[in-house]
Design a protein around this ligand. Sequence first.
Ligand SMILES: [Zn+2]
Length: 308
Amino acid sequence: MKRGIVLGVLLTAGALSMAAAAGFQSPTPAPKVIEVEKLRDNLFMLKGGGGNTAVFVRSNGVVVVDTKIPGWGQPILDKIKELTDKPVTTIINTHTHFDHVSGNVEFPANVDVVVQENTKTNMQKMSVATGMPPSAVPTNIFQDHNGRGLPTRTFNDRLTLGAGADQIDLYYFGRGHTNGDAWVVFPALRAMHAGDIFAGKRPPLLDANNGGSGVAIGASLAKAAATIKNVDSIITGHSTVMTMDELKQYADFNTDFLTWVEAELKAGKSVDEAAAEYKLPEKYTGYTSSPNQVKSNVGVIYDELKKR
Ligand SMILES: [Zn+2]
């Protein structure tokens, strides 16, 4: 999830109530602009409106990976019409968060929705993510639409859809951002979508309410990097396209973070004391870190380590 979206929602709400109080008409909603980045002849990354969306055009139809925040499903469908005449047959959601699944309800009811099995459970309950104010998330968008957009097919560790140029390999390598983070690989294109377990070069959001784990995430990332072969381009949850070397580095970043948190706990530091001491290691060039995310992650990992 992006802090910016939450802030944006809050600012918009504030602006609307101010406008209403001043007797102004409601402002025209901001246009939903999707920016397309062509990665291959039949693979596109759609940016804007939440998490990055992948559009994979297969021989018989289109597979969409992640569907952004509420109201952005139709703009995705409109954009796909500019790219191909083929119908959307399948949605794959990388995980449960509302900025990756909400557009599902705007797709035709006959579209298959494929997710890791824990993500199906999470989507049915649609808990608020750790660190998010409850007001930032719609109650349950799927219940509001009579179950439309909920998963129709799940997998545990591994699932292959289609063959040859159309093949998609789905993997689950363990807990991280949530307990249902799917890795979506397009082997013929040497590309994949990693979702928010690799959202960008910064400390991850660890959503303990949806099974996320700061103890496991480094190992889950390392397993992905070691197992998935022949991929050059990784669509991240919220950042630019990255390489396998950058994924390996991100696994190290998270493993190093865990090692540091373990030392802080052993030294008797409180969450606040530890978070105040954190310094981004110099070798991780191009990384950013927010004090709030670091503090939240120290707290999540402390809770996990204390339960051991
Ligand atoms: Zn997420």
